[in-house]
Ligand binder design. Sequence first.
Ligand code: SAH
Length: 338
Amino acid sequence: MQNSDSSEVLPYSEQHYFSSYDHFGIHEEMLKDETRTLSYRNAIYQNSHMFRGKVVLDVGCGTGILSMFAARAGAKHVIGVDMSSIIDMAKKLVERNGLSDKITLLKGKMEEVVLPFDKVDIIISEWMGYFLLYESMLDTVLVARDKYLADGGLIFPDKATIHIAGIEDGEYKEEKIGFWSDVYGFDFSPIQEVVLAEPLVDTVDMKAVVTDPCQVLELDLYTVQKTDLEFTQTFELQARRNDFVHAVIAWFDIEFSKCHKPIRFSTGPHARYTHWKQTVFYLRETLTMKVGEKITGTLVNKPNKQNPRDLDIHIAYEFSPEDEPARAAAEQCDYRMC
Ligand code: SAH
């Protein structure tokens, strides 16, 4: 079993990342997110025939909730791994719920711990961050997959997609960005560039969505490689009505496709609230769009060179309405999620 001594050699950004999971507050937020937690519970309980007698690995077990679902579903043994000190509490919770003989919890980095089994039948993990990939915990799941998943083993969940759409958000954009152009009589506009570069994580009303959605990424967890998480994708956003477009939003969908009856959830504006909300990328320009017109562009996502848990996202687009060139616009926008 590993101990937490290795945290002393972790870079500061990594220490900061893991310590953010020490406190129960963040786990409370995740556990209370019923879309999230009930999707996992349904995927596991409704498919107990797949879990019965199996060895299960829970990557980043936190409070141990997913490990306990798997144990209750009849797994032969569950191993939960977490680097954060929340795992000390998870051990108490597992004991309190009478599952100590079924669940082994290991404190340490998934990439470094030594599991008591050479191979596991099923990997379960809740690795998703804002914009799906922020915090890059998926890398860790892929390391666990390549090292431990038996041939023909299962991954829960196993599919993820990212979608984008254009929204009308004039009022809030003015509050967040416009605000800096006159602060008590002073020009604070240099701050505007900084604010624009930081995507906002917030809930977006479905009524604000002006364009059709467009998928920009699809991941199959059985085959995806770390290098696929750096990607460039073209997109096309077609207006559903006459309106203004102030921002592009992104969200992700998750699927447990190997379930007897596939289980899915969406973090989009059309779906129930989740703690991931949506991610808003404000554009400098306001586009004046007519129904049927299209914005075409490219989205580039790269883990940041200095801190790979941060994302550098680039959105380039062109809008060229044929009837009124005066409404045309084109921009190159760089964002950093940190
Ligand atoms: N599975 C829990 C917690 C999910 S949050 C639940 O569903 O409620 C993700 C957890 O993964 C955090 O507790 C974090 O500390 C842990 N984690 C992230 N990267 C890890 C790594 N490389 N090694 C070990 N634990 C990791």
